[in-house]
Design a protein around this ligand. Structure first.
Ligand SMILES: NC(=O)c1ccc[n+]([C@@H]2O[C@H](COP(=O)([O-])OP(=O)(O)OC[C@H]3O[C@@H](n4cnc5c(N)ncnc54)[C@H](O)[C@@H]3O)[C@@H](O)[C@H]2O)c1
Length: 440
């Protein structure tokens, strides 16, 4: 997120120093190498590395003296008790606090921006840590949660639906507005100023609402299968109600990624801490835990796995298309594919996997527990079935006759509903998907 923000602010004409404790990452960035896959990032990164507007350092002090604003974009992973682990945010606060004295005495207040997703009260904590360093230089901590989506991060940043800023003074609002105005002009997006606590909660509430919609449609999809309805019809018809809207109503194999799972846990923890249990959210998490098993349970049912040895999957071989938690990213954090791989391996199956971007990440994690195929077709050679976990458009465009030619039988478990059941049936496939009748 920090790298995307840095590149986009450089694109808007600002000078940005990107700081990271990971010296190897900084070295790669200085060498012109983008360490993640994100459409469009490479191009603006290279442009502004060359123009000099974008620079990198492992040393935070380098940037503080002259900065108008300092953005905190470090990770906030999940702690064991579900809460957001603020270790990195608080470390950076300490470092900024110590470095503030490098600023000229007559410098304008430094606007310190919490952009990481952090629980309510963190801006106040960051502020008191910095003040605790005894600096006489002025500063203000503001909350500015980020809503970009991996896979379309650059577009989301350059053309935001809205920018939320939690701050106490008009001065801080002015600095933030100047930074975001060009983006809001391009998108027609909205500006929301509020208090820091409300801004912090807005981010969690947005992610919770989106996750809730996914779990809701996934549950309706499961019910569709049981009663013989078709979720494709149901979702468009409910989405046509303007109070509901069509977005985020695609059933699938459960949500993953670096944000929803940890942010939901952190919000649940906030609720518990305040004696205010968030029941709809607990149910969302529980529904998703169940949903992440949906493909594995369809496979177990198809192959009559009822427990006990020998497993009917022993000696079976599967082709798995898609490893990233969603398309257009190489991120495998909390990806449902990893759970599916574990389930199938534990039942004695072997697996060949393919993804357009996430293979290196999976190789680093799983090593030779699975085979890695260079393309979707090669992945299917001698497989008993093809399984689809990520909605890469190239899979939807695959030549299914060629795919069938590689498989042992025309059997597909599609976690992303890339094809229509009737067409698959007509083409002679046995086809299982989400929320529609299995065919074949
Ligand atoms: N990834 C997204 O799509 C997304 C979207 C919106 C919000 N967010 C939020 O943004 C934050 C960052 O997420 P991410 O996915 O970019 O995480 P990340 O783990 O990919 O990146 C965090 C970076 O911070 C660096 N870091 C850690 N401690 C540091 C320190 N003391 N000084 C300097 N650098 C330090 C790490 O080395 C790492 O490169 C999280 O709070 C996340 O919830 C992420």
């Amino acid at each position: 997120m920090g790298l995307v923000a840095a590149a986009c602010f450089a694109e808007a004409g600002h000078s940005v120093l990107g700081v990271d404790v990971d010296a190897a990452k900084v070295a790669r960035l200085r060498d012109g190498e983008v360490p993640i896959f994100e459409p469009g990032l490479d191009e603006i990164f290279r442009t502004h590395l060359a123009s000099g507007r974008l620079a990198f350092s492992p040393n935070l002090e380098e940037g503080i003296a002259e900065a108008d604003a300092a953005f905190i974009c470090v990770g906030t992973p999940q702690s064991e008790d579900g809460s957001a682990d603020l270790r990195f945010v608080l470390q950076v606060a300490e470092q900024i606090g110590s470095a503030l004295s490098l600023r000229p005495k007559d410098a304008k207040p430094l606007v310190i921006v919490d952009k990481s997703t952090v629980p309510v009260g963190t801006a106040a904590r960051v502020s008191s840590i910095i003040a605790g360093k005894g600096t006489d230089r002025s500063f203000e901590v503001v909350s500015n949660p980020e809503f970009l989506r991996e896979g379309s991060a650059i577009q989301d940043f350059l053309k935001p639906d809205r920018v939320v800023v939690g701050c106490a003074t008009d001065f801080a609002e002015g600095v933030m507005k100047a930074l975001y105005e060009p983006f809001l002009k391009a998108s027609g997006g909205k500006w929301f100023r509020m208090d820091p606590a409300s801004a912090e909660l807005t981010k969690y509430a947005a992610n919770a609402m989106l996750a809730l919609r996914i779990s809701f449609i996934n549950e309706i999809a499961g019910l569709c299968e049981d009663i013989g309805a078709d979720v494709d019809h149901v979702k468009v018809a409910i989405g046509a109600d303007h109070r509901i809207g069509p977005a985020f109503l695609n059933p699938g194999p459960g949500f993953g990624g670096s944000c929803f799972p940890k942010d939901l846990q952190a919000l649940l923890k906030t609720g518990r801490e305040h004696g205010h249990p968030l029941m709809a959210l607990s149910a969302t998490v529980e529904a998703n835990r169940h949903q992440k098993q949906v493909l594995a349970s369809k496979i177990r049912k198809h192959f009559n796995v009822v427990g006990g040895a020998p497993s009917p999957l022993a000696g079976r071989h599967f082709a798995l298309w898609g490893l990233a938690f969603k398309a257009h990213t190489d991120d495998i954090r909390e990806s449902m594919s990893l759970e599916l791989i574990d389930s199938l391996l534990s039942l004695g199956a072997t697996i060949a996997v393919h993804d357009f971007e996430a293979m290196p990440a999976v190789k680093a994690k799983l090593g030779d527990r699975v085979a890695y195929a260079p393309d979707p077709l090669a992945c299917c050679v001698n497989a008993d079935a093809v399984l689809i976990a990520t909605e890469w458009p190239q899979y939807k465009a695959a030549d299914l006759e060629a795919v069938a030619g590689k498989l042992k039988s025309k059997l597909m478990f599609d976690g992303r509903n890339l094809f229509r059941p009737e067409a698959m049936k007509a083409a002679g496939w046995i086809y299982h998907s989400i929320g529609r009748r299995s065919v074949g």
